[in-house]
Design a protein around this ligand. Structure first.
Ligand SMILES: [Zn+2]
Length: 373
């Protein structure tokens, strides 16, 4: 992975390149940003740049030296990758799932945490970076580097380090041995212990434009759909996930339509059956449902305001929008969108989906029928 194989983020890439060139790179870095926005591939490009034997100014790693070839597949002995796992008898740390992770990452470096959990059958379980991982990191860093260049630890989804793991790493983050780099990727500083954040140099990854997503140099972007890009608001990982799910658009429409109907005209049995069905489909579907809702509110408002809808997906969606627009106005659109955004936030943080969606239904009712307050 080099910088030119990652999407957009030009400012940040330039800053990283210059810091490595001038040997000013801090020893503990946090590339923060929403899941899927690109912190992990950027951390990868940065690590490869540091390890490369013949770095190239514009792109970082040369892609041809032996260090680059190993770093590109995360198999460089001085590059240690840590990612969340579902703990079990056989899986105690990320090393135990290294092959599976490399395989997923190779297909899509912008994979979301959901994509990874779905791959290890852990969608309904609690992912974690356990303390065993910190022990391995400390042990690896105590050995001399194989190539005498640098030792790098990349931690993907650092928010999933539990307190014990974080505490174990604190000291080494404070005083990293010479030529050691910690690169934490993805998430927001408020999800980490303040004691950890204070030891990191934080750089924020921004969303990328649709044009940058369609960069022909990015092989994993072939399958992007227009609707996937539009719904993703600049998050390439999300755009890829939504594009894959494009076939399920009618399923989303059907669920959304029925959910809103129950919110408007409450029938306990039908409402709970629908909620149960949405919950059963897993966390990534729940997130897609909420994002789809956000998209539909906006489209319905545009309808309402006598603009043409931006991008109806199908005849069915257009027919629904025409009816639904009558219930959406400038007053309730924002609180409804706010409601869906907040619930999206909680789904991402693994809150109980049954409670969340029941709550969402009741609160949507209030906004669709202001008199019922
Ligand atoms: Zn190289």
């Amino acid at each position: 992975m080099n910088y030119t194989l990652t999407a957009g983020q030009y400012e940040l890439k330039k800053r990283l390149r210059v810091q490595v060139q001038h040997k000013h790179l801090p020893h503990a870095i946090f590339l923060s940003g929403d899941d899927g926005i690109g912190a992990l591939p950027l951390a990868h490009a940065l690590a490869q740049h540091i390890l490369c034997q013949n770095p190239i100014v514009e792109q970082g790693g040369c892609e041809t030296c032996s260090s680059c070839l190993q770093a590109a597949t995360w198999s460089h002995p001085d590059l240690h990758l840590v990612f969340p796992i579902i703990k079990s008898k056989d899986v105690r740390q990320s090393n135990d799932l290294r092959a599976a992770f490399r395989n997923e990452y190779k297909k899509n470096p912008y994979l979301l945490l959901d994509d990874w959990l779905a791959c290890i059958d852990g969608e309904q379980k609690q992912p974690v970076i356990p303390v065993d991982e910190a022990h391995t990191v400390l042990h690896n860093l105590s050995l001399t580097s194989y190539e005498g260049r640098a030792k790098i630890v990349v931690v993907w989804q650092p928010a999933l380090m539990n307190t014990e793991t974080s505490n174990k790493l604190l000291k080494i983050l404070e005083e990293p041995p010479q030529h050691t780099y910690f690169i934490l990727a993805s998430g927001s500083p408020d999800e980490l212990l303040p004691t950890i954040v204070s030891r990191l140099q934080t750089w924020n990854c921004m969303g990328v434009s649709e044009q940058d997503m369609q960069n022909p140099a990015l092989p994993y972007c072939n399958a992007l759909t227009q609707q996937g890009m539009q719904l993703s608001h600049g998050n390439l990982g999300l755009a890829l996930q939504l594009s894959k799910a494009d076939d399920f658009k009618n399923e989303l429409l059907d669920d959304f339509q029925h959910f809103m109907r129950q919110a408007f005209r409450f029938n306990a049995q039908l409402a709970f059956t629908r909620i149960e069905a949405i919950v059963q489909k897993g966390r990534s579907y729940q997130k897609r449902f909420l994002m789809y809702g956000l998209h539909i509110f906006r489209q319905a408002l545009l309808f309402r305001e006598h603009y043409k809808a931006l991008s109806p997906h199908s005849k069915e969606e257009l027919a629904f929008l025409e009816k639904f627009a009558a219930f959406i106005n400038v007053k309730n659109c924002e609180p409804l969108a706010e409601l869906f955004s907040t619930h999206l936030y909680y789904v991402e943080r693994h809150a109980n989906p049954k409670i969340l969606f029941t709550d969402l239904l009741f609160l949507s009712t209030e906004h669709l029928n202001p008199k019922s307050k």
